[in-house]
Ligand binder design. Sequence first.
Ligand SMILES: Cc1cc2nc3c(=O)[nH]c(=O)nc-3n(C[C@H](O)[C@H](O)[C@H](O)COP(=O)(O)OP(=O)(O)OC[C@H]3O[C@@H](n4cnc5c(N)ncnc54)[C@H](O)[C@@H]3O)c2cc1C
Ligand SMILES: NC(=O)c1ccc[n+]([C@@H]2O[C@H](COP(=O)([O-])OP(=O)(O)OC[C@H]3O[C@@H](n4cnc5c(N)ncnc54)[C@H](O)[C@@H]3O)[C@@H](O)[C@H]2O)c1
Length: 465
Amino acid sequence: MTHFDLVVVGTGSGNTIVTKQFADWKVAIVERGTFGGTCLNVGCIPTKMFVHTADLAAVPSASSRFGVDEQLTGVHWPEIRDRIFHRIDPISASGAEYRLHHANNVNVTLYHGTGRFTADGELTVTSAEGGQTEVLTANKFVLAAGSRPIVPFIPGLEEVGFHTSETIMRMEQLPRRLGIIGSGFVAAELAHVFSSLGVEVTVIGRSDLMLRHQDREIAVRYTEIAQERYNVRLDHDTVRVKGRDDGIALEMLSPQGPDELVVDELLVAVGRTPNSDVLNLGATGVELEEDGRVIVDEFQETAAEGIYALGDLCSPYQLKHVANHEARVVQHNLLHPENRIKSDHRYVPHAVFGSPQVASVGLTEEEAIEQGVRYVVGREAYADIAYGWAMEDTTGFAKILADPDTGLLLGCHVIGPQAATVIQPVIQAMSFGLDAHRMARGQYWIHPAMPELIENALLNLKLKG
Ligand SMILES: Cc1cc2nc3c(=O)[nH]c(=O)nc-3n(C[C@H](O)[C@H](O)[C@H](O)COP(=O)(O)OP(=O)(O)OC[C@H]3O[C@@H](n4cnc5c(N)ncnc54)[C@H](O)[C@@H]3O)c2cc1C
Ligand SMILES: NC(=O)c1ccc[n+]([C@@H]2O[C@H](COP(=O)([O-])OP(=O)(O)OC[C@H]3O[C@@H](n4cnc5c(N)ncnc54)[C@H](O)[C@@H]3O)[C@@H](O)[C@H]2O)c1
C-alpha cells in the first residue's frame, strides 16, 4: 500500500491538473488506456484532422461553380490515416514519457492499469498487462475517468463485429459501404469524412432528424443537406444484424414498415456513457445520477469530501473545453482549499464539424418556448453577406435569440462555413453581458469577413426602444 497526497484517475483533462504547482505533493496518476485520453487519441483531434482532409477531398465536387474544374483522382487511406496517427501517437507517448522520466515529475508516479475503489480512500490498481495489483491511498482524489461509447443491444451485433469511434479511424482499408447507427455528433462528422473519401455511407437514425438536439431549424437544414450527400434513413430502428456472404445485413423497422440495408462495415455512434461503473464508487460516499454521471457541486467536489470529479465522468456536456475548464477549477480548489472557485456552465458552446459546420451557444428557440422566456429572433443568411457571395453559399445561416427589452443575448445557432469560428464573438458577448446593440455598433466588423453574418443577425433583431 502506498500513500499519496493526490491520486488522479484518467489522463485526459485529468492529466493537465498536475503542474509544477504540485511539486511538493506526492501524486499518482492512473490510466488504464492510452495516455492522453479520448480527445487526443480517439476524439476531437483525430476527427478534426480527418474532417479537414475530407473538406479537401470534397472541394472538386463544388469547384465547377466557380469556373474551376477540378477532379478527385485518388484517396489513399493508409496515407491519410498514418499522417494523422503518426502525429498523434508520439504526442501520447511523449506525454507518458514526461510523467515517467522527466525531472519535473520526480514526485509523480504513473500507473498503467485500472483503478477501482476497494474501500473509502483506497484505490486498487490492476495493471493493464496482468493481474498485478497496487493499493493506493490518498488524501485527495480527482476522478477524471471520462466516458466510453454506448453499445446498444441489437441481436447479432457482437457476432458480425462493428466499429465505434475508438476503432474506425484506424481501419486497415476503406469499406465500399459503411452503415452508421446513430445520427448525432459522431455520425454527422464521420459521415462527412467517409462520404467525402468516396465511401457509400448510410446514416440510420431512430429520430426524425440528424443532430436532433440542435435548434430545430438548424437540424432540419442539416438533415436536408446530408440527404443530398449520402443516404439517411431516419425514424429507423435497427432490430437485428446478420453476417451474410455479401456483407452485414441490417434489419430495420420504420413507420413505413420493415427495411433492409447491406454494408461492409458498421459504425455504432449512439452516445457515450460515463465510466463511473468501472470505479466501484459504492465503496466511497460518491453519489451518482441515474445515468451514471458522478454528482458534483459547483466546486466540482463529489458527495465524498476530498474527492473531486470533472469532464465526461460527471458533466452533462461531453465536451473537451468543458472538461478542461472543470480541470482548471479542480486544480485551483486543490491548491487553494480556503478560497475555492466555482465552475461556470452558463454559456457552454459546442460545434459539430460536419459539412456544413454547426455551432451553438445558449437557448434554442424550442428551449426558450418551453421555459417561457420572452425572445426575439434575428437571422442572417450567408447568401446575404459579401463573403457568402464569394463562397456561393446558399444553405447557411445564423439565428440569434435576444431579450426584446434588454437586448441581452439568449442563444445563437449557426450552420454554414466555419460556423465554429464565426460564433465565437457571440459566446464572448454572452459571457461578458454585452447587449445586441452595443455588440453590433460598438465595434468595427472587418469587411467583408464572415463575422458580418453575426453583425447583420444582431441588427435584424427587433428590439424595443
Ligand atoms: C469521436 C469524438 C470526437 C469528439 N470531438 C470533440 C470536439 O471536436 N470538441 C469537443 O469539445 N469534444 C469532442 N469530443 C468529446 C471529448 O473528447 C470529451 O468530452 C473529452 O475528451 C472528455 O475528457 P475527459 O478528461 O473527461 O475524459 P477522457 O479524455 O476520456 O479521459 C478519461 C481517461 O480515463 C481513463 N480511465 C477510465 N476509467 C479508468 C479507471 N477506472 N482507471 C484508470 N483509468 C481510467 C480512460 O482510459 C481515459 O484515458 C469528442 C468525442 C469523440 C468520441
Ligand atoms: N464536435 C464535438 O464537440 C463532438 C464530436 C463528437 C462527439 N462529441 C461528444 O461525444 C458525445 C457522443 O457522440 P455521439 O454522436 O455518440 O452521441 P450523440 O448523443 O451526439 O448522438 C447519438 C444519437 O444516437 C441516437 N440513438 C440512440 N440510440 C440509438 C439506436 N439504438 N439506434 C439509432 N440511434 C440511436 C440518439 O437519439 C442520438 O441522436 C456527444 O454527445 C458529444 O458530446 C462531440
